[in-house]
Ligand binder design. Structure first.
Ligand SMILES: *[C@@H]1O[C@H](CO)[C@@H](O)[C@H](O)[C@H]1NC(C)=O
Ligand SMILES: *[C@@H]1O[C@H](CO)[C@@H](O)[C@H](O)[C@H]1NC(C)=O
Ligand SMILES: *[C@@H]1O[C@H](CO)[C@@H](O)[C@H](O)[C@H]1NC(C)=O
Length: 479
């Protein structure tokens, strides 16, 4: 007995020894290998889809489209789901490598969202997907067991994942507990189960447009790193969306779920790459050669990072508001004056709270925060002619001839732990057209969660350290 225990002890010792060596190797290793970097494409970037003619849209039309898509999102997030408990492996031991994906922007689409390029299946089929921190499911326009004359993808004016051509496509059976229990939060329909092995079906719902039906599968997802290397995640839960014409996602082939959920791409990738991901969003309307990156793992190895970013930190609140990343707010100040906002506005338990979302363009505030913010900002714009533009739910627009950012008092988000987020004025007095600007806030009725959207997040670097529940951010040119 004793012998055995001792042996076990020494095995453990040897094992730990190798772990230490392994970690030491990594910490000394080439920094460049500690990360995964994906290019992010903004929706308003016509490189993404040069031949669909949408690049001729005016800025006004683009903003209108952004708002339309936001409305769709708002409806989606109202389908509140259960609070979840998710375990994520602590970062230290899994800090294998990290990487970056280019993050493109694209105005030629109906929203101010950011895209990344991913491949799905074996052999890999390539797609352009919305990078969405407000989604837990990764899904793609897809055909499964398609034999009709309209099959084959060439007949339709969009890219489609051909599940039948992939040998790694493995449907989730509708009789499995994964379908019956785990995926119910993702709109699984376990009752729609004609036979034990039939695929687990889902039905996504949107306010406008048709419901999006599909099936769940486990698939291999491949992403090209900027280093030229490729990384694969196997058995990733993917929704094969069989909606014939999902207008609301026109221009993208699907969504990469960056939300906080057991099955999201973000958590799978974060588990490989040090428990965290980050991005820096360039201005929606910045020149086309500017690229944002979605980075998994350590960001310190950004090749070109000559810029020193002064990082601030606050608690990243996860598992409380569905799949969303939330922050604890203390309040909002305008011109160094703390606004009077009811404290329950920021309290999740009272139905409030604040989330950070890469998939929503504008910033949404519930009425008790919205009114004080608007009232504090409007007086500085009194000298400008008010414009009656019908741009979504934007209330206050003006003729910006002669406008100068210094005229507007600075707005600051104060987090409960004392950290401040001070966005540039451009992030909340937003350009909507030549010579026209609007206050970029949208009113939500109470109770609801307020949302810091992606326009408000621009020109900042954001790191979501899921393993350590820490949000770090800093002003950056994102180059
Ligand atoms: C997520 O995974 C953990 C560990 O596997 C499990 O305990 C938990 O119930 C899962 N949560 C959901 C919502 O499926
Ligand atoms: C603004 O425009 C809308 C629609 O064009 C119109 O119904 C409304 O009366 C206008 N409001 C003002 C104050 O001019
Ligand atoms: C704004 O005002 C200027 C002059 O005051 C005018 O030339 C311009 O057309 C106006 N722009 C809009 C969008 O109303």
């Amino acid at each position: 007995m004793d012998m055995y225990r001792q042996q076990k002890g020494s095995f453990l010792f040897i094992f730990l020894f190798f772990v230490v060596i392994f970690l030491a190797e990594f910490s000394q290793g080439d920094e460049k290998s500690i990360g995964m970097k994906l290019e992010m494409i903004h929706r308003h970037d016509f490189r993404r889809n040069p031949d669909n003619g949408m690049q001729s849209l005016t800025q006004l039309e683009r903003i209108k489209q952004s708002l339309q898509s936001d409305t769709i999102r708002q409806q989606k997030s109202r389908n509140r789901r259960q609070v979840r408990e998710i375990t994520i492996v602590s970062s230290k031991c899994t800090d294998k490598v990290s990487g970056e994906m280019p993050l493109y922007s694209g105005a030629d689409f109906q929203s101010g969202e950011y895209f990344v390029s991913l491949s799905i299946g074996s052999p890999a089929q390539k797609f352009v997907m919305i990078a969405d921190t407000g989604s837990d499911l990764t899904w793609v326009n897809c055909e499964y067991r398609c034999h009709g004359p309209s099959c084959g993808g060439v007949s339709r004016n969009r890219r489609i994942f051909h599940a039948d051509h992939s040998w790694s496509f493995d449907t989730v059976p509708c009789s499995s507990s994964m379908c019956k229990v785990d995926l119910v939060n993702l709109f699984a329909l376990p009752d729609k189960c004609p036979s034990r092995d039939a695929p687990c079906a889902f039905q996504y719902r949107y306010l406008s447009g048709p419901d999006a039906p599909g099936i769940f599968a486990k698939e291999t997802v491949t992403f090209g790193l900027t280093s030229g290397r490729e990384e694969k995640i196997h058995d990733m839960l993917v929704g094969c969306s069989e909606a014939s014409n999902d207008q609301s996602f026109q221009g993208a082939d699907g969504v990469v779920g960056l939300g906080y959920s057991n099955y999201s791409f973000a958590l799978r990738a974060a588990n490989i790459f040090g428990g965290k991901f980050s991005y820096c969003l360039v201005d929606h309307f910045s020149p086309q050669n500017m690229v944002s990156y979605l980075i998994f793992g350590s960001h310190e190895n950004k090749d070109s990072s000559t810029e020193h970013i002064r990082m601030r930190h606050t608690e990243l609140v996860v598992g409380v508001v569905d799949e969303f990343y939330a922050v604890n707010m203390k309040g909002i100040s305008v011109g160094n004056k703390m606004l009077e906002i009811r404290p329950d506005t920021w309290n999740v338990k009272d139905g409030g709270g604040m989330i950070l979302d890469s998939g929503t363009s504008l910033t949404y505030l519930t009425q008790h925060a919205y009114q004080p913010v608007m009232d504090a900002l409007k007086p500085s714009l009194k000298s400008f002619e008010r414009l009656n533009l019908t741009i979504g739910q934007l209330e206050y627009c003006f003729n910006s001839t002669g406008f100068n950012e210094k005229m507007v008092p600075r707005l600051v988000f104060h987090f409960a732990d004392g950290a401040r987020f001070e966005p540039p004025v451009n992030n909340y007095v937003i350009d909507v057209d030549e010579g026209a600007k609007c206050l970029g806030f949208v009113l939500l009725t109470w109770p609801d969660q307020s949302i810091i959207g992606n326009i408000m997040q621009q020109k900042h670097f954001w790191e979501f350290d899921i393993a350590n529940r820490k949000l770090s951010y800093g002003s950056s040119s994102c180059i």
